[in-house]
Design a protein around this ligand. Structure first.
Ligand SMILES: Cc1ncc(C[n+]2csc(CCOP(=O)(O)OP(=O)(O)O)c2C)c(N)n1
Ligand SMILES: [Mg+2]
Length: 803
């Protein structure tokens, strides 16, 4: 009966039963959880009830009929109870988790790939991001298949269920533009056009804006406005006038009448349309309940129209379904403008329970209250195509990572140059890892030094496109040839798109069973522009490397507007993202090699007892690089040094036994720190120089060791505790970086040392690097000054007075 080849009519009765069941289970989940909360901590479960109900019909049609196992869905955040209810029906969600909806370890408020047990394809929560994720996921599918991978699996559709107010989010428009450029296919967006947002009823005429916009971007638009009951009524005598009235009715009024119900509809329709003739007859021939049913029978609540619309799509062009719905459909809250946080009262729930023929104590029973034989329903569920092949989450084998990476080290160079060299070398040598790397950048490919890689590996496009400049023999450094085998995805400037693209590419192993190693580059300050999307990508456990360059005030004359201050703190605080900031290119090569492995890990979360970090779980990586050319150390990379670089810090100069001060630096200011140690040499003994390669990992290890000790493991010691453990109690620490001083300001707390934390707190000033380091107090002189204050003793003779 669930066979999609069967006529829609034969599936409708059972789908209608399931729709009712799903709405019941979702509503009960919310009510039950709220009831428990009210008697407990008083937290209110708002926002879900009405918002879920408006998508229930559409989701029933999709999950129970139209979707195929290869399709992937992003569900509007507040429709999670419907999603969980569907999964519960299918045996993929537990009663225990539903009873604990929104509680500790219970089913999540918004579908979560990483935290929910049911088969969530894409997490949602921050509105707009899941929508764009489906678009980029479809582009990822095209990328994977164009490279000849995963062809044994059928192509899937990437489906997003979108709240109408969700379309206010600008990132959706940015994504639409990118989709158009890349020839988007296989993407369905279903807009839950209930004309209500969280606070309000939306503007009149939005429909036309939506329709024109989607058509402009090359999408098909399918409107689901009238349900079959309405369509039949329009054919009755006077029906045309009723249709015209519906079409011109303001959103606010439609909502208000929906809430008020049959009698109110009757009064209003009679006042506006009553003609003592056919229209009056059309209205009068219906009871209040029938009239209400007719007026609420919008396209988005009519299973037959929805199924027909979905099943009639026989092409791969992107389609926007604009489905008229009623927020709170089927519930007493339907249509009320304040219903977003509305909940059914106990009395209303009792009535709803009775209407669903659910006996007290049987609320969670799967087949309670159904009017069809249980075995028929079971047989239908067992054969629902979407779920028929079990869990749809894949894995992919790990790609081997070379033992070392060659960064073509020159005596003087920048970390950004080193990054370009590593990729260039990988591109030249080839191999499985190089073939699976996909780079992407928001219009900064050349300026972030991806040029050499792109020259070797080409730009990706579904259709080949020659480089006209090359054909015309015009000399150019960049060979911009597009082909289906290209490995660089060029994006427009929108940084949100960069991160969502990384999110989609970085889930390829799980969604399409084909591993990619995505590397995205951008200017460091613009991380903030795409920050929510970056957070979203990490939350979904997508795996990628983000390389940000240039960074800090070190970009100097490039302009004050492009300086980044907060990004080192973002690197430390972003869960799922491991942040490094190398000073030297040999460090960078070590970090990148380690990262290629780390991106592919998916092991258990037991901490490594040396660092207390949970590296086996893997994650994404952020490299904060610089364009400043600095003298590179002449040294041999030993396994010990490698491991310290990865752990987050090493002594570039070990402090002697009588050290009264140590300098701890990160990144581009290395040369200043080295110079400061030289200047201090005559007046402070045994000064140590600590190279911090990852404040993030150093801090995380320290915090984790502290927690382990609190749990009774007294021997737990982190890397930073060992590094600083040998310093005498009254040794001072000066920390310095081109970024916010708080990044390293915690070092003194590790063993209780006095600390001066230098860094950048203001931005916008332009000048040379020397001007700016002096201006912000992160040059050698400022470091010496801080060292003198941190380690009292005789005045340091090389110290210049601070301006
Ligand atoms: C980025 C972001 N901002 C704000 C919110 C809070 N929020 C949740 S749903 C919502 C609007 C709901 O309107 P709509 O998308 O039309 O869905 P409906 O409730 O009508 O189903 C808002 C503002 C959010 N989840 N994400
Ligand atoms: Mg809405």
């Amino acid at each position: 009966m669930s066979d999609p080849r069967l006529p829609i009519d034969s599936r409708l009765p059972i789908l209608a039963e399931l729709e009712k069941k799903i709405l019941w289970l979702a509503s009960w989940t919310i009510h039950n959880a709220n009831h428990l909360r009210e008697s407990g901590d008083g937290m209110k479960v708002g926002g879900h009830q009405a918002s879920s109900a408006s998508l229930c019909t559409i989701m029933t049609a999709l999950y129970m009929a139209a979707l195929r196992p290869q399709d992937r869905v992003a569900v509007k955040p507040h429709a999670s109870p419907i999603f969980h209810a569907i999964n519960y029906l299918m045996g993929l969600q537990t009663r225990e988790k539903l009873e604990n909806f929104r509680g500790y370890k219970g089913a999540q408020s918004y579908p979560s790939r990483t935290k929910d047990i049911d088969d969530v394809d894409f997490s949602t929560g921050s509105v707009g991001l899941g929508v764009a994720q489906t678009l980029f996921s479809s582009l990822t599918q095209d990328y994977v298949r164009a490279h000849g991978w995963g062809l044994e699996r059928p192509e899937g559709r990437m489906v997003s269920l979108i709240g109408d107010a969700e379309l206010d989010e600008g990132n959706i428009f940015e994504a639409l533009m990118e989709g158009w450029k890349h020839g988007l296919r296989n993407t369905w967006w279903v807009i839950d056009y209930n004309r209500q947002s969280l606070d309000a009823v939306i503007r009149e005429g939005l429909y036309d804006r939506f329709e024109t916009m989607f058509r402009n971007f090359g999408w098909d638009v399918v409107t689901l406005k009238y349900g079959s009951i309405q369509l039949a009524a329009f054919k009755e005598k006077g029906g045309e006038r009723l249709k015209a009235w519906i079409d011109s009715c303001p959103n606010q009024l439609y909502s208000a009448l929906t809430f008020q119900g049959g009698a109110a509809w009757r009064k209003r329709l009679m006042d506006d349309l009553g003609d003592q003739g056919p229209v009056t007859q059309l209205i009068e021939s219906r009871s209040d309940a029938e009239l209400s049913k007719l007026m609420c029978n919008l396209g988005g609540h009519d299973l037959a129209s929805i199924l027909e619309a979905f099943e009639s799509i026989d092409h791969d062009r992107p389609v926007c379904f604009l489905a008229y719905t009623v927020k709170g459909f089927g519930l007493p809250l339907a249509g009320h403008k304040d219903n977003h946080a509305g909940l059914m009262t106990k009395e209303q729930m009792e009535g709803f329970k009775a209407a669903n023929a659910v006996r007290p104590g049987h609320e969670w029973d799967l087949f309670e209250g159904l009017s069809m034989p249980e075995k028929d329903v079971r047989a239908f569920l067992d054969a629902v195509p979407f779920f028929a092949q079990g869990r749809r989450r894949f894995s992919a084998p790990k790609l081997p990572v070379p033992d070392t990476l060659d960064a073509g080290i020159q005596p003087v160079m920048s970390t950004q140059m080193g990054f370009g060299k590593v990729l260039d070398d990988l591109a030249r040598k080839g191999g499985p890892l190089a073939d699976r790397i996909v780079t992407t950048a928001p219009d900064v490919t050349v300026s972030t030094n991806l040029g050499p890689w792109v020259n070797r590996r080409g730009l990706f496009a579904k259709a080949s496109m020659a480089d006209t400049f090359k054909d015309e023999r015009i000399p150019s450094m960049q060979k911009w040839e597009f082909s289906p085998k290209g490995q660089h995805v060029e994006l427009g400037i929108a940084e949100m798109n960069l991160f969502i693209n990384l999110s989609a590419l970085g889930l390829s192993h799980a969604i399409f069973g084909e591993r990619l190693i995505p590397i995205g580059t951008l200017y460091d300050p613009f991380i903030s522009r795409g920050l929510d999307a970056l957070n979203y990508a990490c939350y979904q456990d997508a795996r990628f490397m983000v390389v940000a360059t240039p960074s800090g005030v070190t970009l100097a004359p490039e302009g004050g507007a492009h300086q980044s201050i907060a990004t080192p703190l973002i690197g430390m605080s972003q869960d799922g993202l491991c942040a490094f900031e190398p000073a030297f290119v040999d460090e960078l090569a070590v970090m990148m090699r380690w990262s290629f492995d780390y991106l592919q890990k998916d092991g258990e979360g037991d901490p490594d007892e040396r660092t207390w970090l949970r590296d086996e779980t893997g994650g994404s990586v952020y490299l904060r690089l610089s364009t400043l050319q600095v003298e590179q150390p002449q040294r041999v990379m030993t396994p010990e040094l490698e491991s310290e670089i990865i752990d987050g810090a090493y002594w570039l100069r070990k402090p002697g036994p009588n050290a009264s001060v140590v300098i701890a630096y990160t990144g581009a200011v290395a040369a200043e720190a080295i110079k400061a140690v030289g200047l201090l040499g005559e007046d402070r003994r045994d000064v140590g120089l600590l190279a911090i390669t990852s404040a993030d990992r150093l801090n995380a290890g320290w915090q984790a060791a502290e927690r382990a000790r609190q749990r009774g493991n007294h021997r737990a010691t982190s890397h930073v505790e060992r590094l600083l453990g040998g310093l005498s109690r009254d040794c001072g620490i000066v920390s310095v970086l081109d970024g916010h001083p708080a990044t390293l300001a915690w070092l003194g707390s590790v063993h209780g040392h006095r600390q001066k934390a230098l860094g950048v707190e203001h931005f916008g000033q332009t000048g040379t690097v020397a001007d700016l380091y002096r201006h912000f107090g992160i040059d050698a002189n400022a470091i010496v000054h801080a060292a003198q204050a941190a380690a009292p003793g005789r005045p340091v003779r090389h110290l210049k007075a601070l301006p």
